[in-house]
Design a protein around this ligand. Structure first.
Ligand code: FAD
Length: 379
C-alpha cells in the first residue's frame, strides 16, 4: 500500500477532520481514523444552532427542530421560547458520514488505522500509522491533529494541554413523550456539580438524556434519571437503546501550530465553554485550517506561514471563548440557591424576552454578561 505520497495527513475522521479535509482543495489528503466506521461511537447531543448548520454546510441527519429551552434550577424553571426554529437536532452518525462523503471528493480515508506522531527530524514531524497489523511511516508536508479532546497527537508534540476535561455520558431513550419543540437543561448542583444535565428530544418518542461533570458522570446520570423530580417523571417508562460516553475539553490550547503540525476541533479545545458545543467552532476553525494549509502548500512560504491558522482562528472565536471561560468561572461558584435566585431575577425583570431577542447559542457572552451585570449589581 502506498501511503507515502500524501501532502497532508489528518489524524481523526470526526466532523472536524472531515471538514478540514474537504477544505484542502488542491493537495493530496489522507484522513486516518482509528475506528472501523465514521460517526461511531456517538459522543454528542447533536444539537446545532441555525448558524452552526450553515457553517457545517447543511449536512444530512436532522431529526428534530427546536424553538427554545426549558431551563431548570433546583426549585425554578424558565421557558425560553421563540416562534422560529433556533436549533436543529442531528443524528450524528448520519451527519458524520455525510461530512465524510463530502471530504472524500478531496481526501482518501484509511479506517481502522491508528496514527502516532513521530519525533521531528529537521524540524518536521512525521507519522507512524498502524493498519491491519502493519506499521507504515508517513512523511507528509503537513500533519493535522483532529483527534478529539484527549489528542494523543498534541500530547506527543509536547503541546501544553492546560484545560479542564469534563466527562459526558448520554443515553438515547425511546418511548418517552416530551414537548419536542424544546430542549431541557438542568442546572442543578445536586445532579451535576460542575456542568449540567440535558434532555434533547429527537423527534417523536425519542430523546437523548445526558450529563457532563468533572467526575463520576455515569452514576450521576443514573441518579438524575431516577431521582430528579421532573426528569424522572418525563423519562418514566423510557427504554434505553444507546449508551455513549465522551470527553469535553473546556479551554483552548495556546499553541495550535507546532512546526508542520496543526491541531483543530476538540484537539485544540475549540469548544463553547458554557454549553460544551464544539461543532460550530470546530467547523469554522477546520475551514481556516484547510485554507491556510492550501495556501502554504501552493505558495513559496516557510513553515512559519502555518502560524497564520492560530492567529486567524483566535481572531474569530478567541474572545468569545475567553468570555465564556470567565462566565463559567462565575457560574461554577454559584450554589443551587443562587442559581434559583438568578432564574427568579431573569423572570421577574422580564429578561426572558431579552434572551429570546438577543440570545445567541454560538456567542452567548453578550447576553450572559449583561444578565450577570444586572444580577450582581455591577454596571
Ligand atoms: C456528551 C457530549 C455531548 C455533546 N453534545 C454536543 C452538542 O449537542 N452540540 C455540539 O455542537 N457539540 C456537542 N459535543 C461536542 C462535539 O461532540 C465535539 O465538539 C465534536 O465531535 C468535535 O469534533 P472533532 O472532529 O474535533 O473530534 P471527535 O468528534 O472527537 O473526532 C475525533 C476522531 O479522531 C479519532 N482519533 C482519535 N485519536 C486517533 C488516532 N490516534 N488515530 C486515528 N484516529 C484517531 C477518533 O476515533 C474520532 O473519530 C458534545 C460532546 C460530548 C462529549
Amino acid at each position: 500500500m502506498d501511503l507515502d505520497n500524501y501532502d497532508v495527513v489528518i489524524v481523526g475522521g470526526g466532523p472536524v477532520g472531515c471538514i478540514t479535509g474537504e477544505s484542502i482543495k488542491h493537495h493530496k489528503v489522507l484522513i486516518v481514523e482509528e475506528h472501523s466506521a465514521i460517526g461511531v461511537p456517538l459522543q454528542c447531543g447533536g444539537l446545532v444552532s441555525k448558524e452552526g448548520v450553515r457553517e457545517l454546510g447543511y449536512p444530512k441527519g436532522v431529526v428534530n427542530r427546536v424553538r427554545g429551552a426549558y431551563i431548570f434550577s433546583k426549585s425554578r424553571c424558565i421557558k425560553i421560547e421563540d416562534s422560529d426554529v433556533r436549533a436543529y437536532v442531528f443524528e450524528r452518525k448520519i451527519m458524520d458520514k455525510d461530512l465524510a462523503k463530502r471530504a472524500s471528493k478531496n481526501a482518501d480515508f484509511l479506517l481502522k488505522a491508528y496514527g502516532r506522531l513521530a519525533p521531528p527530524q529537521q524540524g518536521r514531524y512525521s507519522l507512524s500509522v498502524s493498519f491491519m497489523g502493519d506499521n507504515y511511516h508517513l512523511n507528509p508536508q503537513v500533519i493535522v491533529g483532529a483527534d478529539g479532546a484527549k489528542s494523543s497527537i498534541g500530547r506527543a508534540a509536547g503541546v501544553p494541554m492546560r484545560r479542564e476535561i469534563l466527562s459526558g455520558v448520554q443515553l438515547e431513550m425511546v418511548d418517552v413523550e416530551v414537548d419536542r419543540d424544546f430542549v431541557y437543561l438542568f442546572l442543578d448542583r445536586r445532579y451535576s456539580r460542575d456542568f449540567f444535565a440535558w434532555i434533547i428530544p429527537m423527534g417523536k418518542d425519542r430523546v437523548r438524556v445526558g450529563l457532563c461533570d468533572s467526575s463520576d458522570s455515569y452514576r450521576k446520570l443514573i441518579n438524575f434519571i431516577e431521582n430528579h423530580p421532573v426528569a424522572s417523571q418525563m423519562l418514566k417508562g423510557g427504554v434505553p437503546v444507546e449508551f455513549s460516553v465522551g470527553a469535553l475539553p473546556i479551554g483552548y490550547v495556546e499553541e495550535t501550530v507546532k512546526n508542520n503540525l496543526l491541531l483543530v476541533g476538540d484537539a485544540a479545545g475549540q469548544v463553547k465553554p458554557l454549553s460544551g458545543g464544539g461543532l460550530y467552532y470546530g467547523a469554522k476553525c477546520a475551514k481556516i485550517c484547510g485554507r491556510v494549509i492550501d495556501e502554504y502548500l501552493s505558495g513559496d512560504y516557510n513553515m512559519e506561514y502555518l502560524k497564520r491558522y492560530h492567529t486567524l482562528w483566535k481572531e474569530e472565536i478567541g474572545r468569545e471563548i475567553d468570555l465564556g471561560l470567565r462566565f463559567r468561572g462565575i457560574l461554577k461558584r454559584m450554589n443551587d440557591s443562587m442559581i434559583d435566585r438568578l432564574l427568579e431575577f431573569i423572570e421577574k425583570r422580564g429578561l426572558v424576552d431579552y434572551i429570546v431577542r438577543e440570545g445567541d447559542m454560538d456567542s452567548p457572552s453578550k447576553v450572559v454578561g449583561d444578565i450577570f451585570k444586572k444580577f450582581f449589581g455591577f454596571r
